[in-house]
Design a protein around this ligand. Structure first.
Ligand code: TNX
Length: 512
C-alpha cells in the first residue's frame, strides 16, 4: 500500500472510530446551542470539567463573581462536586477564567469563549457578555446528572446579540405568581440569554406591588384575581429581591403600571380616583376597556407621581412602562394630555418611558419606546414622532396565544401560534418602514387570564421561548426553521431533566 493510501485509510479509520465513540464530546460544532452563536470553531479535543476545576474571576470587575458562582452552582448540580471560585490578578494557566476584554473593540453584551484542553476563558465586552458566555458553556454539558467528569469539546465561540433587548412579559395581575414562581421564570430567561423581564404589575383584576403612600392598593386591590380566587402582591422588599435575583443573571426588571385604562383594582381601592368619587367593585372577569382613571382630577397625578416615585426608587433598570393600551373608556382628547403628563412624571423620576403602541397618539418624549402589539398605524406614527420600537406582535410573539385549537390554556384572538409560526419571522422586516435601526428589541408577553400556575406558564412558554430568544440574538440570515427545529428537538433533554411541562409540538423532531 502506498503511503498516501495508507494515510487516507488511517484518517478514515480515526474519523469512523471517533464518530462512534467521542464525536459529540469533541466536536464543538455539533452542540445544539440556542440561541445560535455568531461563530463556532472546533479544535477536536476536550476539557475535563470536574469537582477540582476552579473558576477564576478577574479582580476588581463588578458583576463577574456572580457569573462565576452561577457557573459553579450549575456544575455542582451536575457533578455533585463542589467547585470553588477565586478572584485573581493574572490569567491562570488552567481551570475556567472569566474576565473583561481589554481592547475595547467588542460590542455590548458580546463575548468570546475559548475552550482549550486545560483552560477555558470567557472574555466579555462587559459583565453581561461574560454571563452569556457562561450560558453558552453550560449548553455543552448536561443540566442534571451524577457523572464525575464532564467533557467539554474544545474550540472557540465568538458571539454577540442582534438586539440589545430580549425580553418576556409576565402578567402577574390577572393571576398572581409569587416570588418563587417569578424566579423560576427568570431562570428560564437566563438559560437563553434573555435580559429583560417586564412585569405587568397592575390591571383591572389586581394591584400587585406595595405602594407605601397608598396602602389600600394592596389591602384592597390585590386581594383577588381572575376567577375570584385569592390574589397577592409583592412587598417592596420582595420586589427588590426579584430585582437582585434577576440582576445576578444579567436580567433587568421593567415594571409596568397600566394606565389610564386597566385600572379597576386601583379604582376599587380609592374612591377619590374615580370621577364620580365612588369606589368600584373588585373585578374578577376577563373583559378589557371598561375602566379609566379620572384624567382631569389633580389627585390622579399625585397618585401617579407617588406610584412612579416609589417603584422607580427600587428599580435600578432604566425603564418604566406606563401601559396605555385599550383605554376604551378614556376619550382620545383626555387620553393624549394624560399620557403626556404621565411621561413627564416618569422622566422626573429618572426613567425612560415604554408604553403600548397606543401611546404614540400622544407625543413620545425623548428616548420613549412604543411596544408594538397590534396596531401598525400607531407604531409607525410613534416612529415618525421619534420613538423606538419594542417588537411584540401579538400574532407572532404572544405567549398566551394557543398553539392550535386543542391547546388547553390560552386565547386565540390573534390566531394560533404553532412553534414554527412563532419562530419564523424577522422583526426588522415585519412592519414596512421600521427597520433594525428603529428597533430596541423583541419581547414575548404572557398574559394570564387563562394561565393560573407555574405548570401552565411552562406549557405556554415552552417550547416557544427559546425561539424568541434566538430571534433576538441571532441574525436573520443565520436562522431557518428547518435547521432550528433540530436544535430545539435536542432541548427535550433539558426540559425533561428540569421537569418542565412543555408542548410536544409534532413539528419538532424531539430527541429521545
Ligand atoms: C390584549 S396586549 C391586552 C391585554 C390582554 C391580552 C390578551 C395588550 C397591550 N392588551 O390586556 O391580556 O390582549 O391576549
Amino acid at each position: 500500500m502506498k503511503l498516501k493510501q495508507y494515510l487516507v485509510l488511517t484518517a478514515a479509520l480515526i474519523v469512523t472510530l471517533s464518530a462512534c465513540t467521542e464525536s459529540v464530546q469533541t466536536d464543538l460544532t455539533q452542540t445544539a446551542f440556542i440561541p445560535k452563536p455568531v461563530s463556532v470553531t472546533a479544535t477536536g479535543s476536550a476539557f475535563n470539567l470536574n469537582g477540582s476545576t476552579t473558576i477564576y474571576v478577574q479582580e476588581g470587575v463588578d458583576g463577574l463573581l456572580s457569573s462565576a458562582e452561577f457557573l459553579a452552582k450549575k456544575i455542582d448540580q451536575v457533578t455533585g462536586a463542589s467547585v470553588s471560585t477565586e478572584t485573581v490578578s493574572t490569567k491562570p494557566t488552567e481551570g475556567v477564567y472569566l474576565s473583561l476584554s481589554e481592547d475595547g473593540g467588542m460590542t455590548e453584551q458580546s463575548y468570546e469563549l475559548n475552550i482549550d484542553k486545560k483552560l477555558i476563558t470567557i472574555t466579555g465586552a462587559d459583565a453581561a457578555g461574560c454571563f452569556f458566555g457562561v450560558q453558552t458553556l453550560l449548553q455543552t454539558i448536561p443540566v442534571k446528572g451524577t457523572e464525575e467528569a464532564l467533557l467539554v469539546p474544545t474550540g472557540v465561540i465568538s458571539d454577540h446579540p442582534e438586539f440589545g433587548y430580549r425580553g418576556m412579559m409576565l402578567d402577574v395581575a390577572r393571576h398572581f405568581f409569587n416570588v418563587e414562581e417569578v424566579k423560576q421564570v427568570i431562570d428560564f430567561l437566563a438559560m437563553y440569554k434573555m435580559n429583560y423581564l417586564h412585569l405587568h404589575l397592575s390591571d383591572d383584576q389586581g394591584w400587585r406591588i406595595e405602594i407605601k403612600s397608598w396602602p389600600k392598593l394592596t389591602e384592597i386591590g390585590s386581594s383577588l384575581e381572575v376567577g375570584g380566587g385569592a390574589g397577592g402582591f409583592y412587598t417592596q422588599e420582595q420586589y427588590s429581591e426579584l430585582v437582585q435575583y434577576a440582576a445576578d443573571r444579567q436580567i433587568t426588571i421593567v415594571p409596568e403600571i397600566d394606565m389610564p385604562g386597566h385600572t379597576n383594582a386601583a379604582l376599587a381601592s380609592y374612591a377619590e380616583l374615580n370621577c364620580n368619587g365612588k369606589a368600584t367593585e373588585l373585578y374578577t372577569g376577563t373583559k378589557v376597556g371598561f375602566s379609566t382613571l379620572c384624567t382631569d382630577k389633580e389627585i390622579t397625578y399625585q397618585f401617579i407621581d407617588d406610584v412612579v416615585r416609589e417603584i422607580s426608587e427600587i428599580t435600578p433598570g432604566p425603564y418604566f412602562h406606563i401601559g396605555g393600551d385599550e383605554s376604551h373608556s378614556t376619550p382620545l382628547e383626555d387620553y393624549i394630555p394624560f399620557v403626556d403628563k404621565v411621561q413627564q412624571i416618569v422622566l422626573k423620576h429618572g426613567k425612560k418611558v415604554i408604553g403600548w403602541d397606543e401611546i404614540a397618539n400622544a407625543t413620545p418624549v425623548e428616548n420613549a419606546t412604543v411596544q408594538f402589539w397590534a396596531d401598525v398605524e400607531n407604531t409607525t406614527m410613534g416612529v415618525e414622532k421619534g420613538a423606538q420600537v419594542l417588537m411584540s406582535p401579538a400574532a407572532r410573539a404572544y405567549l398566551d396565544m394557543q398553539y392550535d385549537s386543542t391547546t388547553q390554556y390560552g386565547l386565540h384572538w390573534a390566531g394560533y401560534i404553532e412553534v414554527d409560526h412563532g419562530y419564523d419571522w424577522n422583526p426588522a422586516t415585519l412592519v414596512p418602514g421600521i427597520g433594525k435601526d428603529k428597533i430596541l428589541g423583541i419581547e414575548a408577553p404572557l398574559w394570564s387570564e387563562t394561565v393560573t400556575n407555574i405548570s401552565e406558564v411552562e406549557y405556554m412558554v415552552f417550547p416557544r421561548l427559546p425561539g424568541y430568544a434566538e430571534i433576538g440574538w441571532t441574525a436573520p440570515d443565520q436562522r431557518s426553521w428547518d435547521e432550528y427545529k433540530v436544535r430545539l428537538g435536542k432541548q427535550a433533554k433539558v426540559f425533561d431533566a428540569l421537569g418542565i411541562n412543555y408542548y410536544k409540538s409534532a413539528l419538532v423532531p424531539w430527541a429521545e
